[in-house]
Design a protein around this ligand. Structure first.
Ligand code: FES
Ligand SMILES: [Fe+2]
Length: 403
């Protein structure tokens, strides 16, 4: 991480710990309408304008190392296949045969020499070109070159593979902006995916994202784990462009080093700040990445419907060489389940509350302003159609840190 930025974060951690009032530049955070967590119109607008027009994390290159390795991705609302080509390029296509629409791969992941439809065996190269049509003599005027799989925008940054259904979207690195520089030291391409965990949560996806954008709750919700390790009063945050964010909280001085992995499970490219704090990055719209020098998850919030969310934890670990993943990595995964059980326990109650006649706008503290920032970015992604009574105020727009 850039030395000036690291010095700023370290200074703010101390300033936040020591302050007795909001920082001098703080302003009231506008209340958040409770309807944002259940309104059918807003949920439909998110489907139309957010999920189909935003870069979404879809895979990691460690899943796509050999030519023909593929994963499917349906989170934007359409069936997509992400596949590694013979040239090593990662591409995405709609998983939809140009003959009569059947999927060209049916498994969630696998390896294929060609993408062959299982309905009538039209067969496509890994670059999407239509290569073979059985009984081609029966199609008058068939033009193989014009009938390739329909491409979806797919770009890779540092091993993280993103897709975007909007052909006119700005490039991924432009969308990620300062995250690119700030996350560089995790050395994404060197990481290996070690597993996933999944929880179905009875709440709107935004309520689940909110829970990972502040550490105000750790003393009450995580008294036996996170609150023992971290000093939540130090929390320092940055509202970054395009709804992205950064949150750091200091490890308690007396516990520095206790969570350090053994050398075999350590990421040597990670510097001191990430060893002395928990520093997580919000990848708008739906991912929180608590990067770490050992194994860590991407916390992915995927809406199933307006009041149900899949919380998917996709775990990564530094490359450990040959053999099975070090046991301490799988142990971290197991321990984290306790934390997730605590985080998800409130969610059903919150959802019932926001849908009740007692629902009132949410009060957001200055130290929770990433929640406001995230919701504001949802509105900006949708545009003018957000119903007036559900809109988020632009009052904090001036606090977004432009790189
Ligand atoms: S639908 Fe794919 S070959 Fe017929
Ligand atoms: Fe939590």
């Amino acid at each position: 991480m850039d030395a000036t930025l690291e010095a700023t974060i370290r200074r703010e951690l101390v300033e936040n710990r020591d302050r007795t009032a909001p920082p001098p530049d703080a302003v009231p955070v506008p209340p958040l309408p409770a309807g944002r967590y259940h309104d059918e119109r807003l949920f439909a607008l998110e489907g139309e304008h957010l999920w189909r027009r935003t870069w979404l994390y879809a895979a990691h290159t460690s899943e796509l190392t050999e030519p023909g390795a593929y994963v499917t991705f349906e989170r934007s609302g359409a069936p997509i296949v992400v596949v590694s080509g013979e040239d090593g390029e990662v591409r995405a296509f709609y998983n939809s045969c140009r003959h009569r629409g059947a999927p060209v791969v049916r498994d969630d992941c696998g390896t294929a020499k060609r993408l062959t439809c299982q309905y009538h065996s039209w067969s496509y190269g890994l670059d999407g070109h239509l290569k073979a049509v059985p009984d081609a003599r029966s199609f008058a005027g068939l033009e193989l070159d014009a009938l390739g799989l329909v491409p979806v925008r797919c770009e890779v940054w540092e091993g993280w593979v993103f897709v975007n259904e909007d052909p006119d979207a700005a490039p991924l690195v432009e969308f990620l902006g300062p995250l690119c520089e700030q996350m560089l030291e995790v050395n994404g391409p060197s990481l290996r995916k070690i597993g996933t965990q999944s929880h179905v949560v009875p709440a709107n996806w935004k309520a689940m994202v909110d829970a990972f954008l502040e550490v105000y709750h750790i003393r009450t919700v995580h008294p036996d784990n996170a609150a023992l390790l971290y000093d939540d009063t130090t929390a320092t945050v940055a509202m970054l462009p395009n709804g992205h964010s950064r949150l750091s909280v200091a490890v308690k001085p007396e516990l520095l080093g206790v969570m350090d992995p053994s050398p075999a499970a350590d990421n040597p490219s990670v510097g001191a700040l990430w060893r002395e704090t928990s520093t997580s990055f919000g990848w708008f719209p739906n991912i929180v990445a608590p990067l770490d020098t050992g194994a860590f998850p991407l916390l992915c919030m995927w809406p199933l419907d307006r009041r149900t969310t899949e919380l998917e934890l996709v775990w990564f670990a530094p490359d450990w060489g040959d053999g099975d993943t070090p046991e301490e990595n799988t142990l971290r995964m197991t321990l984290f389940e306790t934390v997730m059980a605590q985080d998800t326990a409130n969610m059903g109650g919150i959802q019932r509350s926001v849908e009740s006649r007692g629902a009132r706008p949410f009060q957001i503290g200055w130290h929770e302003r990433l929640i406001h920032h995230f919701h504001r970015a949802v509105d900006l992604a949708i545009g003018d159609e957000v119903p007036a009574e559900l809109r988020v105020s632009p009052a904090l727009d001036g606090y977004v840190e432009r790189a």
